[in-house]
Design a protein around this ligand. Structure first.
Ligand code: GCV
Length: 719
């Protein structure tokens, strides 16, 4: 009987799920089905008073009224100022508006410009909910948070929330080219339609700003770090202004990338030498011009002397010379410079892992106050698993900006379901030991150890494009969401974020949540297991970075070749970064490096990152290294099958359109996992000379077949 009832319920659930494209992201307000909760919410939110009339407040009001009317299936009336003192939901950015004795005034002393308070209090026998902040922007954040509580079906009868962002700059970096291709973009073209701007404001720009505001993102870098100076010309600044105007009410500042050679390319100067007075003046004038278009322009991100980009070293100047020249130009307008530390040189015969540290640590203290050094989470390049970058904790006098990659360049692009929350957290929670135990990367970023640090930030390379669901893979939206949520509060767990996202994007049903959350939480480890297990890295296809190609050895720069990273030979595999090898380990604090420095005790997930390990080396499992690699490649690929099964079981809880899309992509993912597994094992076997254990099915294709595959038109590679 129970079974029949359950089937009827699931059938009914299925029936009423209308097809969805995913466009609505996590802001997909749904009518509440749980009658008890519905009546409790309705009772507690009977009317609203929201003070203020700015554009930002109007947005907050509209969002709230719309969200509530859909979720509560009822129009919630707004009351006039005369009845404000009895409104059940009272929202204001004016401290004096809150009843004395409510304690709100005191709490607002801790919340700064962007933090908010959400409190439920009993006043005259009536429960009242207060949303308070010091600015209209804080109110917008508070409203989105309140809506999230309802979307995720949380109790609201005794809220005691004080939420303050842990870092000031919470940003997205778009690697969008001006012709609308997106470097490492797998979700269509760039959102910015430069051709129709400034006249046409695509409603999507507003939806983009709204989605970002809902997760606390407050800055966007519109252009690729492989920069084009044309963006700095008046025609384009007009367009940038139009975007900045559209984003401003949502609290989002616009930033651009500065091409270091712009003074030559668009300024007709003969040099871009940062110490040349004419060059310095050119940048000052250019910046002044930009601020005439965009009075709250945020500043520049700069990729200099990296992968062929121009920079100060072209003139024998240092990174700080270059950064400070730009910093001086934006300083009068309170702008900032985010100078990227992603540098490695073809000429240097030094482990690429070490180069950024070698270059930047000597410059600690040499940067102007309004410069941040923007550092990728790891020293190589957004690998599927990478130890934290040794620069974190090594530049105490310089504010460091974390750069994560939200777009899945090396993590299955848009065909693989990989939730990056655990990757972001793994890095943020890593202990640098720079100020003793507990000096996590997150604490290096948020100024915990340096109260004078005014610039703090986390940015993510965006995975957003013109695809109807914004991010290509339906689950890739979770990575955008996770970046924003962690930038706001890096202490949130990846599970909590996945849970919120799943509830808002799909369903609050407990069975759905249990299975889907497990699927997400394991997905990154699964990807690592079938692609880059045990610390293998940078063994992907050339250029497009799609799929495996560990055999590549013919690229001009040694450190572009996969063979440089895995170093497989007849003895073993892996990069010796200990004192007997490149000694990259010396760049970490002695306590931090302990978990890696000894091959016998090194955490196995990073073993081949730091050690060249004999094929016969005995792993903790008792297997030899070779057998362990086989185990991991096979187990990882098999786990994708389990992901497929798990997703199939969720069909009753997901609308057909989105369910089907994920189902098909998981099939592709399974094929790709087998491709990684077979290609890598067949190739590494040419060194290990050992068989794939008999209990595994044999690869059905040859190594030559895998080597022959070509993907000249794969996305994200400038095509
Ligand atoms: C924007 C990697 C990517 C490049 C990217 C570069 C960077 O090398 O493959 O596409 O260029 O990182 O972060 O600057």
């Amino acid at each position: 009987m129970k079974k029949i009832l359950l089937s009827c319920f699931l059938f009914a659930l299925c029936f009423q799920l209308k097809a969805e494209t995913g466009y609505e992201l996590w802001l997909r307000y749904q009518a509440l089905q749980d009658q008890a909760l519905l009546s409790s919410y309705r009772q507690q939110i009977s009317n609203i008073y929201m003070e203020g009339s700015s554009e930002t407040i109007k947005i907050a009001r509209e969002e709230l009224l719309n969200g509530l009317s859909v979720m509560l299936q009822k129009k919630i009336p707004s009351v006039s100022v005369a009845s404000a003192s009895t409104a059940s939901l009272f929202i204001s950015a004016r401290t004096s508006s809150f009843p004395s004795g409510s304690g709100i005034k005191e709490l607002l002393q801790q919340t700064g410009d962007e933090g908010f308070v959400i409190h439920t209090q009993k006043i005259n026998q009536q429960n009242r909910i207060f949303i308070a902040g010091n600015t209209d922007q804080a109110i917008l954040y508070g409203v989105f948070h309140f809506l999230r509580l309802l979307q995720t079906q949380q109790p609201i009868s005794s809220l005691q929330i004080v939420s303050v962002p842990k870092v000031k700059l919470r940003m997205l970096n778009h690697w969008d080219n001006m012709n609308r291709t997106v470097e490492r973009g797998y979700a269509g073209f760039s959102l910015w339609n430069w051709h129709t701007l400034p006249g046409y404001i695509d409603p999507r720009y507003i939806d983009y700003a709204r989605a970002n505001a809902s997760i606390g993102i407050n800055g966007t870098v519109l252009t690729n770090v492989n920069a084009n100076a044309t963006i700095l010309t008046p025609t384009y600044l007009e367009k940038v202004k139009a975007l900045a105007d559209a984003f401003r009410p949502y609290g989002i500042k616009v930033y651009l990338t500065a091409r270091f050679s712009a003074p030559i390319e668009i300024g007709r100067l003969k040099t871009a030498d940062p110490l040349d007075p004419q060059v310095r003046q050119w940048w000052k004038d250019k910046v002044k011009e930009i601020y005439q278009y965009v009075p709250d322009f945020g500043g520049f991100v700069v990729k200099a002397n990296s992968e062929g980009q121009p920079g100060p070293q072209d003139y024998k100047r240092s990174h700080s010379d270059g950064a400070n020249m730009l910093a001086e130009a934006v300083a009068p307008f309170k702008g900032i410079i985010m100078w990227r530390a992603f540098v490695y040189s073809a000429e240097k015969n030094v482990d690429r892992h070490k180069q950024a540290y070698d270059e930047f640590v000597p410059l600690d203290g040499a940067f102007n106050k309004n410069v941040m050094v923007q550092v990728k989470n790891g020293a190589i390049d957004f690998m599927p698993r990478e130890p934290f970058h040794p620069l974190f904790g090594a530049m105490p006098k310089t504010p460091l900006m974390m750069e994560f990659q939200v777009t899945q360049e090396y993590l299955g692009q848009a065909t693989n379901l990989v939730y990056l929350g655990p990757l972001f957290k793994e890095c943020l929670d890593s202990d640098t030991y720079s100020n003793g135990k507990g000096s996590t990367v997150a604490k290096m970023l948020d100024g915990s150890f340096n109260k004078e640090q005014t610039l703090t930030g986390i940015t993510g390379v965006a995975n957003i494009g013109t695809d109807v669901n914004w991010c290509g893979h339906p689950f890739a939206q979770a990575n955008w969401y996770a970046l924003g949520r962690l930038a706001w509060d890096h202490s949130l767990s990846a599970e909590k974020i996945a849970d919120e996202w799943l509830r808002m994007t799909y369903s609050n049903h407990p069975t759905f949540l249990q299975t889907a959350s497990k699927l997400m939480m394991e997905s990154r480890d699964v990807f690592v297991q079938y692609s880059n297990p045990n610390g293998l890295h940078h063994i992907m296809g050339t250029g497009h970075h799609y799929g495996p190609a560990p055999w590549v050895s013919n690229l001009n720069r040694p450190d572009w070749n996969p063979v440089y990273y895995h170093k497989a030979d007849s003895l073993g595999i892996g990069f010796n970064r200990t004192a007997t090898g490149s000694n990259a380990l010396e760049q970490y604090h002695p306590e931090a490096r302990k978990i890696w420095e000894n091959m016998n005790t090194c955490e196995e997930k990073n073993l081949l990152w730091f050690h060249h390990v004999p094929w016969t080396f005995k792993m903790k499992s008792g297997r030899s290294l070779w057998d362990e690699l086989c185990f991991n490649y096979y187990t990882g690929a098999a786990k994708v099958k389990s992901m497929q099964q798990a997703w199939a079981s969720l069909k009753p809880y997901v609308d057909q359109q989105r369910h089907e899309q994920v189902r098909m992509l998981l099939t592709v993912q399974h094929e790709e996992a087998i491709w990684w597994r077979n290609a890598c094992l067949l190739y590494f076997q040419t060194f290990s000379k050992q068989p794939i254990p008999a209990n595994y099915e044999k690869p059905d294709k040859t190594l030559d077949y895998y080597k022959s595959l070509r993907f000249p038109l794969a996305p994200g590679n400038g095509n």
